[in-house]
Design a protein around this ligand. Structure first.
Ligand code: FAD
Length: 419
């Protein structure tokens, strides 16, 4: 069996793995990436949030992405029947990027991976990790290549960015059920033949069909648009009596007053994909000789498009910590990695939960709008969830609930005592 030795082995070439690998390589660490599939490959997660731009920029991956002319995302629109709430990232509280992209992930991830290769990083496609054995922090990983040959990769550290492959959580029994209710999704892409001219045609939108059920509309610069329905698993399963994903998605589109004309009759570009009970969690995010990043550790919910941002945040942070560790520094992984990531995950967990209780929707659609509240929520939606100057970050576990309670009370009183 062939043997290779590297400082750091990165498993998976999604956004998380590419950011990690690029940062390490830029800092003279010998890194190798193994990727199970051949790119471009289909993956969900097409609406980004501004925080990712910090990571792509710092990893030196921004210029290659920028050259692709992906559709610019300047904010996000939420629709509920006749009510509309638009967030504009340039009107957010605090510092940070005020735009990002909405992207077909096959092309986006392929651009990232090709740029990683371009930098001189050893990225091997169609190489699947089968097994990992640890001896202290050193590890031996068994990988099967596209010809069916196996080899051993010796590494001083592993960054597991294997997404839903969840290589180390599976091998080390680290999976634990998510604290979120079971939700599922069905999505596909369409040729957007009825796309309206101007901004309306390119706006990313979330159309609320019922409190817990929503449709995403993500237009791409290539003329296609991603359509997906999300809701409690029982609801998603009830959309088709014979488990036909295409029928289920068509039925969901019929429920959207806003989008039925644009998408009611369009053909799907591929058989819609169902992602059942998509939330994931882990018992621990690191161990001796490894760290888990992106979807290999925690995935919450698509509603605020935080998945890729957490993938790149954890990818970048783990890479920085590994670099310092390899230079001989003692790293407190619990404090610097887990607790840091959990602070951000905690904020988004509250927002996801309060979305599905309807409390956040009460704040979003309240009229007249409160610009002060809106800019603070906008900063959270942009991914700046570690900025504790923002009360909507610092007091996330009480502020939404309390404010929604008061707004609902005000509404009830106005109905009881009309002037
Ligand atoms: P991935 O991008 O999944 O990459 C992991 C890579 O690891 C894959 O290429 C895989 O082939 C490889 N791999 C797996 N197993 C092995 C193995 N054994 N050996 C080698 N390689 C392996 N996020 C957003 O930001 N915006 C959204 O709009 C959004 N929408 C979503 C909608 C739904 C319904 C769901 C379920 C998720 C959504 N997400 C969204 C989340 C997003 O898909 C993920 O958070 C993101 O792709 C995670 O990136 P990653 O780099 O961790 O993993």
């Amino acid at each position: 069996m062939t043997k290779e030795s590297v400082d750091v082995l990165v498993i998976g070439a999604g956004p998380s793995g590419c950011v990690s690998a690029s940062y390490l390589h830029n800092n003279d660490i010998k890194v190798k990436v193994v990727e199970k599939t051949k790119f471009p490959r289909l993956v969900v997660g097409e609406s980004l949030i501004p925080r990712v731009m910090d990571h792509f920029d710092e990893a030196g991956l921004f210029p290659a992405l920028d050259a692709m002319n992906f559709e610019k995302k300047l904010g996000a629109r939420f629709i509920r029947g006749e009510e509309i709430c638009v967030f504009d990232f340039s009107k957010k509280f605090g510092e940070g990027w005020d735009w990002t992209w909405q992207v077909p992930r096959a092309d986006f991830d392929n651009t990232l991976a090709q740029e990683v290769i371009q930098k001189g990083i050893d990225l091997e496609f169609e190489s699947e990790v089968l097994d990992v054995k640890f001896n202290g922090s050193n590890s031996i990983t068994t990988v099967k290549d596209k010809n069916g040959n196996t080899k051993e990769i010796h590494a001083k550290f592993i960054i597991d960015s294997s997404g839903y492959g969840r290589v180390l959580p599976r091998l080390l029994d680290l999976d634990t059920p998510s604290k979120l209710d079971p939700h599922s999704s069905i999505f596909t892409h369409v040729k957007d033949i009825n796309r309206p001219e101007g901004e309306e045609g390119t706006l990313i939108s979330f159309d609320i069909l019922e409190t817990e059920v929503w449709l995403w509309v993500i237009p791409f610069s290539n003329g296609n648009t991603s359509l997906g329905v999300v809701g409690p698993t029982d609801f998603i399963n009830s959309l088709s009596t014979n488990k036909d994903n295409a029928e289920a998605l068509k039925n969901a589109i019929q429920l959207s007053e806003y989008y039925i004309k644009r998408f009611g009759g369009v053909d799907f570009l591929f058989e819609p994909v169902k992602l059942e009970n998509y939330s994931r969690s882990v018992k621990q995010m690191y161990g001796d000789g490894f760290a888990l990043t992106g979807n290999s550790s925690e995935f919450l919910d698509p509603v605020f498009s935080s998945g890729v941002a957490f993938a790149t945040e954890s990818g970048m942070l783990s890479a920085k910590l590994v670099q310092r560790q390899l230079q001989g520094e003692k790293i407190d992984w619990e404090e610097e990695f887990t607790q840091y990531m959990k602070r951000g995950i905690g904020v988004f967990t509250t927002y996801v939960k309060e979305w599905y209780t309807g409390n956040l929707q009460t704040l979003f659609f309240h009229q007249p709008e409160n610009p002060d509240v809106k800019e603070k929520i906008c900063a959270v939606l942009a991914g700046y969830v570690w900025n504790e100057d923002n009360p909507f970050v610092k007091k996330h576990d009480s502020v939404i609930k309390n404010m929604a309670y008061l707004l609902n009370l005000e509404k009830e009183q106005a109905i009881k005592n009309p002037e």
